[in-house]
Design a protein around this ligand. Sequence first.
Ligand SMILES: C[S@@+](CC[C@H](N)C(=O)[O-])C[C@H]1O[C@@H](n2cnc3c(N)ncnc32)[C@H](O)[C@@H]1O
Length: 134
Amino acid sequence: MRLRMYDQQGQGHALLVLREVLPSGLVLRTNIDATRLGNVARFFNHSCDGGSLELVVVRRRGSLLPAVALFAAHDISPAEELTFAYGPPTSGRAAAASGRPGEERQQQQQQLERPQQRCLCGSSACLGLMPNEA
Ligand SMILES: C[S@@+](CC[C@H](N)C(=O)[O-])C[C@H]1O[C@@H](n2cnc3c(N)ncnc32)[C@H](O)[C@@H]1O
């Protein structure tokens, strides 16, 4: 819903969708939305080559809610842009091929109708499209 709202408003967003596969096979989805409020990480762009940062999911003892931590993936030079991979590269065709039942399938269909954003990371690994955030 938020993605559609941001699309309608024609504004950029900083919504990170975290998917964790639990031992039971269930997928826990957490939306971390720093569009209006967040720390400096909300300014980190995506890079198809993995970027300079690695994302690690952390969970404080006793907390169900995950948090993300970003660690330097290599020595970072002064003035080097801090980037990370927002997600695995996806194509509309691959997403459409995975048939999921019920509501999730409907949501997925709505997400497919969102125009996939062009990637401007400029890395040699760039596929031209941003990973699908949804
Ligand atoms: C977390 S914000 C990153 C900071 C944002 N560029 C800014 O100036 O506030 C995520 C948004 O930045 C843009 N973005 C990030 N990486 C990009 C890339 N490689 N190519 C094009 N746009 C990108 C997209 O609009 C995305 O929704």
